[in-house]
Ligand binder design. Structure first.
Ligand SMILES: [Fe+2]
Length: 331
């Protein structure tokens, strides 16, 4: 066989192998990340927050639903769901069943574009260059978002779409401020703006997509922590390098996991964003989930396992030394 033919066959074989891994193995290799966030006043007891996001569930995906259902065994104080739960019109009962035991816990949620609209086929390469809000949508299935919302709120979870709310955890008042999906430009920051209450131990901002305008507003109003999803962690990443894109206007260094955000960290669309290592001492914390699923239109994950996160909110050290050590590990 000619050497060029051999090389071509080898390249095709390797490509098929990577595609098989990404679509059949890694996409279903769920993991739980555990992260401590030093965001509470000194002396506060820890608060365990389970962050779930981007489930993108189809009714036939029973393995994924079972994995989510068993997260209740973590016994979280609060659950935060940052949206994109649905992947088909008939998925609401499956989502509510997956959340069945978590719905016994206090919880809050916001919605993502995939709670409103069904997946539509699009050029997957567009994901690699498009960073702004979603363009005008081609016609696609309108999903039963009202049934999803009533199913969650009937069990006691609090909807945060362009709303504020307060919950109790470990004897402390925790305030939440949330927006509808900024990727669809549904966020109404004008409805939720206002200084954080001094009576709350902590204010947490919640958004599906972590656009800079939302992060800036939450943080300027006094949120100490912002929780988001949407990025899928880059979804198709380069092994030993990381994400190439975030599908919004934050930088790839913040595409998943814990980082810092402060007013001035970003400089607008297309401009460099300051790294977490440049954060001032009073910067807020940002947690972005890589999410649990993918759109059925792009069912692959590479170097980016699906995940949920147990955030343990802990007391700040009075000296700030622990914060400095943690920040040193952030990009
Ligand atoms: Fe998503």
């Amino acid at each position: 066989m000619h050497v060029v033919t051999k090389a071509a066959l080898g390249t095709v074989g390797a490509g098929l192998g990577v595609l098989g891994w990404a679509s059949l193995v890694e996409r279903n290799a769920f993991r739980l990340r555990r992260v401590s966030v030093p965001v509470l006043p000194p002396g506060s007891p820890p608060v365990r927050v389970l962050h779930i996001s981007d489930l993108h569930l189809l009714p036939r995906q029973r393995w994924r639903a079972k994995w989510v259902k068993e997260l209740a065994s973590l016994d979280p104080d609060l659950v935060v769901d940052t949206g994109d739960n649905l992947a088909s019109y008939d998925a609401v009962p499956a989502v509510l069943d997956a959340f069945e035991w978590l719905l016994d816990r206090r919880g809050v949620f916001v919605l993502g574009s995939n709670d409103y609209f069904g997946p539509s086929l699009k050029n997957p390469l567009r994901y690699l260059w498009h960073r702004g809000p979603a363009p005008e949508r081609a016609p696609s299935t309108r999903l039963p978002v009202e049934s999803l919302v009533s199913g969650l709120t009937d069990r006691g979870w609090v909807e945060l779409t362009n709303r504020r709310a307060s919950l109790q955890a470990q004897g402390m008042r925790i305030d939440f401020v949330g927006v509808d999906d900024p990727h669809l430009r549904y966020d109404r920051l004008d409805l939720v703006r206002g200084p954080a209450s001094p009576e709350a131990t902590l204010t947490i901002g919640v958004t599906h997509a972590p656009y800079q305008r939302v992060l800036d507003t939450f943080v300027a109003d006094g949120a100490g922590l912002v929780i988001a999803g949407h990025t899928h962690g880059g979804q198709v990443c380069v092994p030993w390098y990381g994400a190439l894109v975030t599908n919004c206007d934050i930088d790839p260094g913040r595409v998943k996991g814990l980082s810092r955000w402060w007013v001035g960290a970003g400089h607008g669309h297309g401009a460099p964003v300051a790294p977490s290592s440049a954060a001032p001492d009073d910067a807020a914390w940002l947690h972005v989930s890589a999410g649990l699923g993918t759109s059925p239109a792009a069912p692959v994950r590479l170097a980016c396992r699906p995940e949920a996160t147990l955030l343990t909110l802990v007391a700040r050290q009075p000296s700030g030394e622990a914060d400095s050590e943690l920040v040193g590990r952030l990009r």
